[in-house]
Write a protein that binds this ligand. Sequence first.
Ligand code: ATP
Length: 318
Amino acid sequence: MNRIAVLTSGGDSPGMNAAIRAVAKTTVYNGKECIGVMRGYEGLIDGEYIPLDRPAVGGILHRGGTILKTARSDRFRTEEGRKEALEKMRAAGIEGLVVIGGDGSFHGAKLLHDMGMPTIGVPGTIDNDVSGTDETIGYDTAVNTALEAIMKLRDTASSHDRLFIVEVMGRNAGFLALEVAVATGAEYVVVPELPLSIGKLCQTLSESHVHKKSHTLIILAEGVMTANEMKNQLQDTGGYDARVTVLGYIQRGGSPTAFDTILASRMGAYAAESLFVGKSGLMVGNISHRMVLSDLERSWSEQKSLSPELLGLVEKLN
Ligand code: ATP
């Protein structure tokens, strides 16, 4: 294998550039050539390829977003689109592909593998909802970004004796919400994985009042309901008047933390080297601090669970 390609797909996440850089530099280190594919699977179909030599990946280690841009591609969901992509790759002499993205992107990567193109996945999403790895690239940064924003809210909340609902991202998973809740010392966390009882929540809020807390913070995962819907339910059930904050896309932005920069560098290098030794149809993961490979299918077929220990902490330490 002399020439491999790398693309980013799905939503962007901080640390994707560090992963691209690691794939490119590891490839050059091994005396081979790396190609960057622009705009995910869209660029793969259109043959939008750029050389990724050492200068091309200079100065990007700490930059947020992705220099290769990312996209969602409906054409790639069709057999015709995938065939076109494969033809373009073969014509460009590409013999292997690293796909940086979430589980949706890995569905596409698995199909390319089945068509005979060696493919390795690198999990990059702030949601951390990918099985086969303890953390995905960008998750730690998103937790830290949310923490920073919420600490500022805390200042104003405690000055005014307020109840705050903060909606965080995470799609249908509660990983981000749970870590943010522990990190901010929130009184309550609401995640899609557990049933919500507004009655129990109101009870916690009234206990919080009894304990004379100056303010109360609820962290809500976006996959459950909107913060405004929750505000209305709390008003209707317990007469509470909550302030609402939706953190939104700021959680996807910014420079990666040291943790994400190191994770992305390790995963990118491991992905490239896995291709060079003939691996395919697999995803790189970080399990108990070690780089491992698992089947791409695992990323979507296996449900990743929230830590019961962290869930217990929110209840015990509120
Ligand atoms: P994020 O977690 O940030 O949303 P993701 O990788 O899960 O990232 P998706 O939008 O689900 O994001 O998928 C990205 C792209 O992967 C899609 O636009 C599509 O091109 C391709 N893809 C997803 N699912 C499939 C599938 N079943 N078959 C072929 N291609 C797919």
